[in-house]
Design a protein around this ligand. Structure first.
Ligand SMILES: Cc1ncc(C[n+]2csc(CCOP(=O)(O)OP(=O)(O)O)c2C)c(N)n1
Ligand SMILES: [Mg+2]
Length: 646
């Protein structure tokens, strides 16, 4: 049972959801009505937040993984006094409003992350909980002492990524992660009986979670369950809340239709009547509801000021580390000193710069999806993040690329950390939803993708990326960098570490490549002239820069070929027109890249030639593949000659 003001608060949340969805004539009233009791209980009694400073670092994190219920979050933020006004609520889902259909990340008003695609919030929250555990181990609980709460739905738990991330959260014993599951037995197509019959609680128990089952409309039961979940410090918690979608709407309650359709004026009237709520005007809030939430928020404000005092009292070492983590300065990498002619794969060059990065960037943290030895991504081989070692900066993800991607985003948006994640480039497909969200959220996640082309060789076409470069280059706000040698690789890392407004993908070779006289400054500009020439411009990235140089050598007697290394299209495009045309020159252009040719036509122009691979690869040694597919100096030279004389 709940007292009168809490009931009124719950009814207000339900009324706002109905009104906003009705006004927008689109949106999702069902979930906010079904989880209103849970939200009011969590926010008013447990969530440590301060609406006057929404992004205060030691706040509890709240992730709405069933982001279609965004009106629930917006109502809570507004009622609790976050900088989200009633006008924002009235502008639900409208152009340039703060109240998008799905809650896009805006920590300055209390929205932690973007959760349109189901499952992302669940898995990203696991990353936030890892960030908290790690930072607490390094900075002490005087400075880091918060929890991660989340709402998750049937859809979230049907998505495979929740199994990956749930398994990892269990293995790591993330006791400060508490998820409330909206078990309303409804999704868009109808009853969950049709496809989702597993016992969800048992599934999570099997993964090492603490679970409880409650009536999700009983606020005392919700409070007791939250109390118990918070008390369990060695395991994550799932509270299975039995609820009714569109709770309180006499005809819509329990129906799949209420998931994503406005209830209609008549039903809203009936629902408001049934809960004794004023029918008109819409968007009505009783003053005592604001007072109730303002009172509830006092605790969070108090906690923040206590935390600020502890910060002031922190010793120099703690304070110094805090500042280095939270206010990073630009990074300059020396690299281990590669000599021209040294032969090493760009993945190895990347590995060789890890120690320097780890020393210069205290927030550097990450791991690989069970491929550490191949991706060469190790900070300290003697430690691994685990239940008993929270301070380690090496996170073993197991074979869980998708969860790894989401967790990396969680580490990035939590604050204080500079995360990377590594796997084979072809498996970027398995992490793509997370990569997309990193770009959308402007999260500075660093994606390390090795084994970047058909030249990985004998593992064959299942492992050989073809369309991946083109498809990732098509993603807005993602920088894709494919360095040509060890020196460009160090430059690429430096660029990645200094980017704060979005992700960077580093695309690295399996095979050895000689170190060239490359130019780090040129990498920062996205592309540059590596060899002068005026009769043709050969443009390449990564290992194909070497093929281009070899072709230029073959042509040298009678055709003067310029070679351009173009490791990052996005950075190159950002240069001024003068620089770009200076680099590319006016001679006919030939692009050489062992990948789908899509997109290169924009660079080489109508009279250009694209030497790419628009079919799957083959299992064979890399030198044989190069011969067969025409990626050798002589073969490219012949194609160039033919093109010029055509
Ligand atoms: C990855 C992904 N697939 C599909 C959707 C479209 N979608 C939004 S909500 C939903 C399922 C709704 O069921 P549930 O998660 O139980 O939410 P409820 O209706 O109970 O609020 C679907 C399929 C999505 N947002 N993300
Ligand atoms: Mg549901």
């Amino acid at each position: 049972m709940s007292n009168g003001i809490e009931r009124l608060a719950v009814n207000t949340v339900k009324a706002l959801a109905m009104d906003a969805v009705q006004k927008a004539n689109s949106g999702h009233p069902g979930m906010p009505m079904g989880m209103a009791e849970i939200a009011v209980t969590l926010w008013s009694r447990f969530l440590k937040v301060d609406p006057s400073l929404p992004d205060w670092p030691d706040r509890d994190r709240f992730v709405l993984s069933n982001g279609h219920g965004s009106m629930l979050l917006y109502s809570m933020l507004h009622l609790c006094g976050f900088p989200l006004t009633m006008d924002d609520i009235r502008a639900f889902r409208q152009w340039e409003s703060h109240t998008a259909g799905h809650p896009e990340m805006d920590q300055s008003i209390g929205i932690e992350m973007t959760t349109g695609p189901l499952g992302q919030g669940f898995a990203t929250g696991v990353g936030m909980a890892i960030a908290e555990a790690h930072l607490r181990a390094r900075l002490g609980e005087d400075l880091v002492d918060h929890r991660t709460f989340g709402f998750v739905s049937d859809g979230d738990l049907m998505e495979g990524v929740s199994a990956e991330a749930g398994s990892l959260a269990g293995a790591f014993g993330l006791g400060r992660l508490v998820y409330l599951y909206d078990d309303n037995e409804i999704s868009i197509d109808g009853s969950t009986d049709i496809t989702f019959t597993e016992e969800v609680g048992k599934r999570f128990q099997a993964q090492g979670w603490h679970t409880q089952d409650i009536d999700g409309h009983d606020m005392e039961a919700i409070a007791e369950a939250l109390e118990a979940a918070i008390g369990v410090e060695d395991r994550p918690s799932l509270i299975v809340c039995h609820t009714h979608i569109a709770h309180g709407a006499p005809n819509a309650e329990g129906t799949a239709a209420s998931h994503g359709t406005p209830l209609g004026e008549e039903e809203i009237k009936l629902a408001k009547d049934a809960m004794d709520y004023p029918i008109d005007p819409p968007f009505h809030v009783e003053p005592e509801v604001y007072e109730f939430f303002a009172g509830a928020m006092a605790w969070g404000k108090e906690e923040r000021s206590k935390w600020e005092k502890r910060m002031e009292a922190a010793d120099d070492e703690e304070r110094g580390l805090w500042d280095r983590l939270h206010a990073p300065t630009p990074v300059t990498l020396e690299g281990p000193g590669f000599a021209v002619g040294d032969e090493l794969a760009t993945r190895s060059a990347s590995g060789k710069v890890f120690a320097e990065i780890a020393e210069k960037v205290p927030g550097f943290i990450g791991g690989s999806a069970d491929l550490v030895a191949s991706t060469k991504t190790v900070i300290d081989a003697s430690t691994r993040f685990s239940k008993s070692d929270r301070a380690s900066r090496d996170i073993p993800y197991g074979v869980r690329e998708h969860a790894m991607g989401c967790i990396t985003n969680g580490l990035a948006v939590h604050g204080g950390l500079r995360p990377y994640a590594a796997t084979f480039f072809v498996f970027s497909d398995y992490m793509r939803p997370a990569v997309r969200l990193s770009a959308l959220m402007k999260a500075p996640s660093i994606w390390v993708w090795t084994h970047d082309s058909v030249f990985l060789g004998e593992d064959g076409p299942t492992h050989q990326p073809i369309e991946h470069l083109a498809s990732l280059r098509a993603m807005p706000n993602l920088w894709v960098i494919r360095p040509a040698d060890a020196i460009e690789t160090v430059a690429a890392w430096e660029i990645a570490l200094n980017r704060s407004d979005g992700p960077v993908g580093l695309v690295l070779t399996r095979q050895d490549l000689p170190v060239l006289e490359t130019d780090r400054e040129g990498v920062a500009r996205g592309g540059y002239v590596l060899r002068e020439g005026d009769a043709v411009t050969l443009i390449a990235t990564g290992s194909e820069v070497h093929v281009a140089l070899a072709a230029a050598e073959v042509l040298a007697d009678d055709i003067s070929a310029r070679v351009v290394s173009l490791p990052c299209w996005e950075l190159f495009r950002a240069q001024d027109e003068d620089y770009r045309s200076q680099v590319l020159g006016t001679a006919p252009k030939v692009a050489i890249e062992a990948a789908a040719g899509l997109g290169w036509d924009r660079i080489v122009g109508d009279n250009g030639l694209v030497l790419g691979i628009d079919h799957f690869g083959a299992s064979a040694p890399d030198t044989v593949i190069a011969e067969k597919l025409g990626f050798t100096g002589p073969a490219v030279a012949a194609r160039v000659r033919e093109h010029l004389s055509a």
